[in-house]
Design a protein around this ligand. Sequence first.
Ligand SMILES: Cc1cc2nc3c(=O)[nH]c(=O)nc-3n(C[C@H](O)[C@H](O)[C@H](O)COP(=O)(O)O)c2cc1C
Length: 201
Amino acid sequence: MANVKLSIIYYSSTGTNYQMALWAKEKAEQSGAEVRLRKAKELAPEFAIEQNPAWKKHYDETQHVEEASSDDILWADALLFSAPSRFGTMPSQLKQFLDIQGGLWANGKTVNKVVSAMTSAQNPHGGQEATLLSLYTSMMHWGTIIVTPGYTDPVLFGAGGNPYGTSVTVDQNGNMQEDVEDAVKHQVARVLEVASKTLES
Ligand SMILES: Cc1cc2nc3c(=O)[nH]c(=O)nc-3n(C[C@H](O)[C@H](O)[C@H](O)COP(=O)(O)O)c2cc1C
């Protein structure tokens, strides 16, 4: 997958989606892609972060991660998003990032990017598919090429079998309930495969 430029753009309060983004980065780099790992800017007020020790810890520990910018979209052939469910939709932090890309969109700069997404929620039926759909809805408006895992590999069944994108259930202590590392890696490999085909054509 040499030559594919991949931006992994995530939001995470307590580390789950950051971990998924790191697995994706590891696999993409092993595959020869050029990778940018970027976080959506935190928008929550300090008091909200401070009242949740796990959130505060993750916030402090990821200060070194660069914030996503328009250039990360412009530069990339492929985009992989990862963000937790917030009442069945994407978090406002990621939505805000999308909402400030009107200039790119208006100039056709989002068209034909290969896009895929991952998520997490506290409950298996707590909105995992709906959260991915909320993101994919915006991606349709962007004219992107949405690439989902479907059921293209047996690892998906062990990871909960979500064909929309890898998703994981996280308990109240932040522990992932399914082993999704291989599913994340399969998803990113598939994104790179499709992106490299679009570059050849
Ligand atoms: C405001 C808010 C709304 C949430 N809504 C849901 C929900 O509707 N269903 C669900 O299962 N989990 C819900 N969660 C749990 C989060 O999805 C969970 O904390 C997250 O997936 C952990 O990911 P992270 O470690 O990357 O932050 C919600 C959490 C917050 C803070």
